[in-house]
Design a protein around this ligand. Structure first.
Ligand code: E4P
Length: 228
């Protein structure tokens, strides 16, 4: 499983990248608004994220356009920012059509706001490189988001979509709207390719009380060695 950071915060991205396990970044309009982002700075901000994580790490930048022509135009502009930009497009009719048009022009797309197997299958046929099923938002309405991810991983894995994707790359499923380290565990057991996690969840993933306790006792015992 690869880990993406779900944020537009440059400090969080720099810190997470320094840990050596970051494989990409996903952003969305809400995350950009949360850091006080301004419209005129959006492209420069995405470019900075691409520079921080490096050319091998995909960075999802979301289109806020609503018609297929506008999404395609927006997507082509976003793709110009850096080679590692992935255009993030909502799973809706206009989004599917735009994804097909962008994939045909060599632009990689992450289809987002995906909540069902039929949506994921359509995204795959439309040429999406990444598909992002959301977990937490199901949990928010008392339904099981993990069940949906498991079904989507299984259904997509049943078929070969490489004829549909840019450069014949394999589709990867990004478990999104992740709210806990346990979500990550469950998604890894299901075989989701990627988990995109908020920085708070990434920090929790490193922690374990027995690690802290073990470290404390090792340090205490090492002092005995130093004083022996
Ligand atoms: C995915 O790419 C989205 O940016 C994100 O995971 C949404 O998470 P949320 O439901 O916590 O807002």
């Amino acid at each position: 499983m690869k880990f993406f950071l779900d944020t537009a915060d440059l400090n969080e991205i720099e810190e997470a990248a320094s840990w050596g396990a970051l494989a990409g970044v996903t952003t969305n309009p809400s995350l950009y608004a949360k850091i006080g982002g301004k419209l005129e700075d959006f492209h420069a901000h995405m470019k900075r994220i691409c520079e921080i994580v490096g050319p091998d790490c995909p960075v999802s930048a979301e289109s806020v356009a609503m018609t297929r022509d506008e999404i395609v135009r927006d997507g082509l502009e976003l793709a110009e920012i850096a080679p590692n930009i992935v255009v993030k497009i909502p799973t809706m009719v206009e989004g599917l059509a735009a994804t097909r048009a962008l994939a045909d022009q060599g632009v990689r797309v992450n289809m987002t706001l995906c909540f069902s197997v039929p949506q994921a299958l359509l995204a795959a046929r439309a040429g999406a490189r990444y598909i992002s099923p959301f977990i937490g938002r199901f949990d928010d309405i008392s339904e099981d988001g993990l069940d949906q991810v498991e079904s989507i991983v299984g259904a997509i894995g049943n078929y070969d979509f490489t004829a549909n994707t840019v450069r014949g790359e394999q589709i990867e499923i990004i478990a999104a709207s992740v709210r806990s380290a346990n979500h990550v565990t469950q998604c890894a057991l299901m075989g989701a390719d990627i988990a995109t996690v908020p920085f708070g969840v990434l920090k929790k993933m490193v922690q374990h009380p027995l690690t802290d306790r073990g470290l404390e006792s090792f340090m205490k015992d090492w002092k005995k060695v130093l004083n022996a």
